[in-house]
Design a protein around this ligand. Structure first.
Ligand code: HEM
Length: 493
C-alpha cells in the first residue's frame, strides 16, 4: 500500500470517527440553535404592559408615573416582588427594552458568554463601545490593575486620608458631631485621592474653608450632576435628542468643564515628564506610565476623565454606606478595632500592603455592606447575540440588567441572606455559608469589570484603618435609607 493511500484511508477513518462523535455529542452551536428554537417567545416574558403609543415611558414620568426612576434600587426590587426572576420593561420610547434578571445562574451564563468586547447598557450620550473601548482598555488595563502600581499609592492615599481625618477633627462641633453635609466632605476626600492617582496632583479639596466656587467643589458638583441625571436623560422621554433641554445643556456644560480641568492637569504632567530623568520604570506614576507608553495624550485625558467622573461619587457613596453601618453596629465596630489594634499596635505606624493583607475582618465587612447596602444596584450587558434566558428566547440588542442588590439577598444563593454577617466572606468561615459567586458582584465581572476596583478597595481600606484604629464612630440622627441612581461609566473618545 502506498503512503498516499494510507493517508487517505486514515483520514477517512478520522472523518468517520468525527462524524460519529458529532452524532453522539452535538456541537455547542447546534445545541445553542436547538435551545433557541425550543425556547418560549420573548413576548411572553412578564413585566409591566406597555400602553399603545405611550409604551411604558409614562410609568417613569413624575406625578403620573408609577415608578420613581431616580430610585432604581426600589424599582428593581419592586419588579422582582411583582413579576419574579425575569422581568421585561418594554415600550420605552427611544431606547431598547430593559430585561431584569434575578437568577444568579443565568447572570453567570450571560457573563460567561460575553465576547471580547462586552457592551454595557450604559448611556448612548457618553459611552464608548466595541473596538474603541477595547483599544483604550488594552492600553490602560495593565498599569491601573497591576498590583505593583496600585501598591505605590498606599502612601499617597494614606497622606490624603490623614489630612482628611485632621479636617474631620477641625470640623467637629462642641458635641463631637460632624457637619450635616458630611457626605460632601467624603466627596472631597475621594476627589483628592483620585486626583492624586489619575492627575498626579493634590487638588486642594481638603484645604480649610474652600469657597463654593473653588475648583474642587465645582468638580464634585459636576460629577454628581452628571451621575445623578443619567436616569432622567435616559429613561424618561429623551427630549434631549431633539432639542437641548435644560438638564441636557447643564450636563454638557459639566462635561466640558471636566474635560477642560483634566486636560489642564494632564498637560502639566506631560511638561513635568519632559524634564524628569527616569532611572527606573518602577518610579513612574500611573499618569506618567500611560504618557510614557502613549505619546498621544488622548489616552491619558480619557483615563483621567473616566477615573475622576466615575471614581468620585461611586466610592463616596459606598464609604457613606460603610461608615453608617459601622457607626450603627457597635459590636462589629469593636471587632474591627481589635483587628486594627493587633495589626497596628502603634496607630501612627505607616500602612503597607502586608498590613492591609492581614485586615481580613475589615475586607469582609466591606463585602457584606456591598451585598446588603450597595450603592450600585447592579450591572448589565447589551446582548450581542440571541440567547435563551430562563427558558425565553431573548433577541440580540436587548439590555439585560443584573440587580445584584436583589440577587445578593435571595436565600437560594446566599445562606441566612436576611442577616448581616461579615464573617461569611472570611475564608475560615466559608464552609458554613453558601454564597453564589454571581449573586453579589459589586464591581461587575469579566473584560469590562470596574477599572478602578483596586484603587477603590485600597482607598476604602486605608480610610477605615486610619479612622477606626484611633476613633469610635456613632450615629445619632434618624435612620438612613439608600436611594440608588442609574449609573453610567466611561466617556466617548
Ligand atoms: C465602591 C466603589 C465602586 C463600585 C461599586 C464600582 C462598580 C463598578 C461597576 C459595577 C462597573 C461595571 C463593570 C462591568 O460592566 O462589569 C464599573 C465600571 C467602571 N468603574 Fe467602577 N466602581 C467603583 C469605584 C470606582 C472607582 C473609584 C473608579 C475610578 C478610580 C472606577 C472606575 C470605573 C471605570 C472606568 C469603569 C468602566 C470600565 C469599562 O467599561 O471598561 N470605579 N464600576
Amino acid at each position: 500500500m502506498s503512503s498516499a493511500s494510507k493517508i487517505s484511508k486514515l483520514s477517512k477513518n478520522v472523518i468517520r470517527t468525527r462524524s460519529s462523535v458529532t452524532a453522539i455529542n452535538p456541537q455547542p452551536e447546534a445545541i445553542h440553535l436547538k435551545a433557541l428554537d425550543s425556547a418560549k417567545p420573548y413576548s411572553e416574558i412578564p413585566g409591566p404592559k406597555p400602553l399603545p403609543i405611550l409604551g411604558n415611558t409614562w410609568r417613569l414620568l413624575p406625578l403620573i408615573g408609577q415608578y420613581d426612576v431616580s430610585d432604581v434600587a426600589r424599582l428593581s426590587s419592586l419588579f422582582y416582588k411583582e413579576y419574579g426572576k425575569i422581568v421585561k420593561l418594554s415600550g420605552l420610547i427611544g431606547r431598547p427594552d430593559l430585561l431584569f434578571i434575578y437568577d444568579a445562574d443565568e447572570i453567570e451564563k450571560v457573563y460567561r458568554q460575553e465576547g471580547p468586547t462586552p457592551f454595557r447598557p450604559s448611556m448612548p450620550c457618553l459611552v464608548k463601545h466595541g473596538e474603541p473601548w477595547r483599544t483604550f482598555r488594552t492600553k490602560v488595563q495593565k498599569p491601573i490593575l497591576q498590583l505593583r502600581t496600585v501598591k505605590k499609592y498606599i502612601e499617597p492615599i494614606e497622606i490624603v486620608t490623614k489630612d482628611f481625618i485632621n479636617r474631620m477633627i477641625e470640623m467637629k462641633d462642641e458635641h463631637d458631631e460632624m457637619p450635616k453635609d458630611f457626605d460632601n466632605e467624603i466627596h472631597k476626600w475621594s476627589l483628592e485621592c483620585i486626583g492624586r492617582v489619575s492627575l498626579d496632583v493634590r487638588l486642594g479639596c481638603l484645604d480649610p474653608n474652600p469657597t463654593p466656587n473653588s475648583e474642587p467643589q465645582k468638580i464634585i458638583d459636576a460629577a454628581k450632576y452628571a451621575l445623578r441625571n443619567i436616569a432622567i436623560l435616559e429613561l424618561r422621554f429623551p427630549f434631549w435628542r431633539y432639542f437641548p433641554t435644560t438638564i441636557w445643556t447643564k450636563y454638557v456644560k459639566n462635561m466640558d468643564y471636566f474635560i477642560e480641568i483634566c486636560m489642564k492637569y494632564i498637560d502639566e504632567a506631560m511638561e513635568r515628564l519632559k524634564t524628569k530623568t527616569v532611572v527606573d520604570e518602577k518610579e513612574l506614576s500611573l499618569v506618567e506610565r500611560i504618557l510614557a507608553s502613549e505619546p498621544d495624550p488622548k489616552t491619558a485625558y480619557i483615563l483621567a476623565l473616566d477615573l475622576i467622573l466615575v471614581g468620585i461619587d461611586t466610592i463616596s457613596m459606598a464609604v457613606c454606606s460603610i461608615l453608617y453601618q459601622l457607626a450603627t453596629r457597635p459590636e462589629e465596630q469593636e471587632k474591627l478595632y481589635r483587628e486594627l489594634k493587633r495589626i497596628l499596635p502603634d496607630p501612627d505606624e505607616p500602612l503597607d500592603s502586608k498590613k492591609l493583607d492581614q485586615m481580613v475582618f475589615l475586607k469582609a465587612f466591606v463585602k457584606e455592606v456591598f451585598r446588603v447596602y450597595s450603592t450600585v444596584i447592579g450591572n448589565g450587558r447589551t446582548l450581542q447575540e440571541d440567547m435563551v434566558i430562563l427558558g425565553y428566547r431573548v433577541p440580540k440588542g436587548i439590555q439585560v440588567v443584573f440587580p445584584t442588590l436583589v440577587t445578593g439577598s435571595i436565600e437560594e444563593y446566599v445562606s441566612q441572606a436576611e442577616q448581616f454577617i461579615p464573617e461569611r466572606w472570611m475564608k475560615r468561615e466559608s464552609d458554613r455559608y453558601k454564597i453564589h459567586p454571581f449573586a453579589s458582584l459589586p464591581y461587575g465581572h469579566g473584560a469590562r469589570m470596574c477599572l478602578g476596583r483596586r484603587f477603590a478597595d485600597l482607598e476604602i481600606q486605608v480610610l477605615l484603618a486610619k479612622i477606626f484604629r484611633s476613633y469610635k464612630l456613632e450615629f445619632h440622627t434618624s435612620h438612613l435609607t439608600i436611594k440608588s441612581h442609574l449609573c453610567m461609566h466611561q466617556m466617548e473618545i
